[in-house]
Design a protein around this ligand. Structure first.
Ligand code: ATP
Ligand code: MG
Ligand code: FE
Length: 345
């Protein structure tokens, strides 16, 4: 079946068409330029931007794929987690389309979508695998059997997400918002071993009790202290070394725990997704350590790591394949949709 996927959880309006595991088209519009000067997403601005962008984005997708709206067999939309106002615009559009076309509606989980999209790139998933979702709002380890029906959460961040920590450190270093990509670029010019920043939940009793959980707020505080101590002493902040050492601390923990989860769950494959998986050091370290463990690591190309419609269409397609009953037309959106809920009932 031909699945139309709609993404509107945050600042990206995404529309994509997927048939089975084949991506026909993926079009994204972003309102990030409008938020950048505020140093964060302004929810009302984002909602309004979705309303403005949805029609043209849908038109462009259909046009580029050479598909008529009537050819669509199912409509998938991100039902959460995300900003309520943003989610509502996509959900309302999806319901209207499903009703007008008389096709099934699938309200799917955005975060699970960050993993599901990899099937469009690297083919069918194995029987079981570990998923690491790292983004602006999440850092979670999942154990996945069937992506549509069997997702369990092994652990998650207890405070900041990886992308959020990078954005905060970007601000500390005076870099533009969102800081993640800027900190990544700066880190490539620094020494990752220059400053021994802490590895959260990685030693003593925490190491066992929080084996698959993350904590990045202590690290962020350590970076802030370090920057302040340089300023107090009238020294230049070695920004590249700070960025590199910070990035190393985040990615060391992410990759070590992800591979430990693979071993403990007898999984030979690790799939990484979410906006933060654009990070260059994460990609490097994951590849290196996975090779050492004899584990296959799958990470989609960067354009499918940040928010997009393809991830939603991919998960909608998986849900349709699993023949799950569609969502009803009265589903609501859920800003805190749990990762174990793949489909809104
Ligand atoms: P969620 O998916 O949890 O709802 P989100 O949709 O806001 O959150 P994404 O769009 O998936 O998050 O990812 C955006 C985050 O990824 C931002 O915090 C951004 O700074 C970060 N990011 C993007 N590229 C990089 C990079 N190269 N290095 C570090 N962080 C990055
Ligand atoms: Mg975004
Ligand atoms: Fe996302």
């Amino acid at each position: 079946p031909l699945v139309l996927g709609i993404e509107s959880t945050c600042d990206e309006t995404g529309v994509a068409l997927v048939r089975g595991r084949e991506l026909l088209v993926d079009v994204t519009a972003s309102s990030m330029d409008e938020h950048a000067r505020f140093g964060g997403i302004v929810p009302e601005v984002a909602s309004r931007a979705h309303l403005e962008a949805f029609g043209p984005t849908l038109d462009a997708a259909l046009d580029r794929a050479g598909v008529a709206l009537g050819d669509v067999d199912a409509v998938a939309v991100a039902a959460g987690p995300g900003l309520v106002g943003s989610l509502t615009v996509g959900a309302a559009a999806a319901k209207a389309l499903a009703l007008a076309l008389d096709r099934p509606l699938y309200g799917v989980n955005h975060v699970v979508g960050h993993v599901a999209v990899d099937e469009l790139v690297h083919g069918p998933f194995p029987d079981r695998f570990v998923g690491l979702v790292v983004s602006g709002g999440h850092s979670s380890l999942l154990r996945v059997g069937d992506i549509a029906t069997d997702v369990t959460e092994l652990g998650q961040t207890l405070d900041d997400a990886a992308g959020e920590a990078f954005d905060k450190v970007g601000r500390l270093l005076g870099l533009p918002y969102p800081g993640g990509p800027h900190v990544d670029r700066l880190a490539q010019q620094g020494d990752p071993g220059a400053i021994p920043f802490p590895r959260g939940l990685s030693s003593g009793r925490d190491k066992d009790r929080y084996a698959y959980d993350f904590s990045f707020s202590g690290l962020k505080t350590a970076v802030a202290r370090y920057v302040e101590s340089c300023q107090d002493r009238g020294l230049d902040v070695p920004a590249a070394d700070v960025a590199a050492s910070f990035s190393e601390a985040v990615n060391d923990v992410l990759t070590r725990k992800a591979l430990a989860a693979c071993t403990a769950n007898d999984c030979e494959t690790l799939v990484i997704g979410g906006g933060f998986s654009a990070n260059s050091r994460l990609r490097e370290l994951a590849a290196q350590r996975a090779a050492e463990h004899g584990i296959t690591v799958r990470i989609p190309p960067i354009r499918y790591c940040t928010d997009n419609g393809a991830m939603i269409a991919a998960l909608g397609s998986a849900v349709a394949r699993a023949a799950l009953p569609p969502s009803t037309l009265d589903i609501t959106v859920d800003s805190g949709m749990p990762l174990t809920q793949v489909l809104a009932a």
